[in-house]
Design a binder for this molecule. Structure first.
Ligand SMILES: [Zn+2]
Length: 216
């Protein structure tokens, strides 16, 4: 999970739909387009990009609360897999708001030995529960579908990390402007699994000159 600069102005349909009360629909095309753009079409929890089944996720479950249901600040872009895992009482109100604070200051997402290691960097309940959620979306296998969907995300992460490591090796051999640009491009927060790549650089003294691109 990385921070997201969500547009400050709420899509217009949220106001008109909220006025309809319980019959209102928060899934207007303007809401979908803005979320997709703001979140770079990437699930804010697992960081898989190019979602085939995107969902509008309420950071704080609305449970029929009209204010929470239509609050632009409460709407996030996620995949169905992460949305369903997050939909658990243990996570209610305990997930970092990546549009308001920087998750990288609270959580380290690491990729090692073909697996994920998610560490809370402080002992706050929000950091611990967010770390637990991110770990689970790559590992939970309590239903057949979740076994499949967790594996799909782990495989996509492995593929992205392999590409990233290859580019890093090329860069290490020859720090040409082109090789530098390629590595730096993969460190942007808008890219798939950015938290894992950025954490790798942040914790690797071999790449001191790249620290500026992953600074907190
Ligand atoms: Zn996801």
């Amino acid at each position: 999970m990385v921070s997201c600069d969500k547009s400050s102005v709420a899509p217009a349909s949220l106001v008109t739909e909220k006025a309809k009360g319980s019959n209102g629909n928060y899934r207007g095309s303007d809401v979908i387009e803005q979320l997709k753009s703001d979140f770079h079409d990437k699930c804010y929890i697992c960081e898989l990009e190019g979602l085939q089944d995107p969902q509008i996720e309420h950071l704080i479950p609305h449970k029929g609360n009209i204010d929470l249901k239509f609050d632009w600040g409460n709407l996030f872009w996620s995949c169905g897999h992460c949305n369903s895992i997050k939909n658990n009482k243990i996570y209610e109100g305990k997930i970092i708001n990546c549009c308001q604070e920087d998750p990288e200051q609270h959580i380290a997402c690491r990729y090692a030995d073909n697996d994920v290691q998610i560490e809370a960097l402080d002992q706050s309940e929000v950091s611990l529960m967010t770390a637990s959620l991110i770990y689970n979306v790559f590992n939970l296998k309590n239903t057949g579908m979740r076994t499949n969907n967790s594996a799909v995300r782990l495989k996509a992460l492995q593929e992205e990390m392999n590409i990233f490591f290859n580019e890093l090796h090329r860069y290490k051999d020859n720090k040409s402007p082109a090789n530098t640009r390629r590595v730096v491009a993969r460190l942007r927060k808008s890219t798939a699994f950015a938290a894992f790549k950025r954490s790798y650089i942040r914790n690797n003294s071999d790449y001191a000159e790249l620290q500026a691109y992953v600074a907190l």
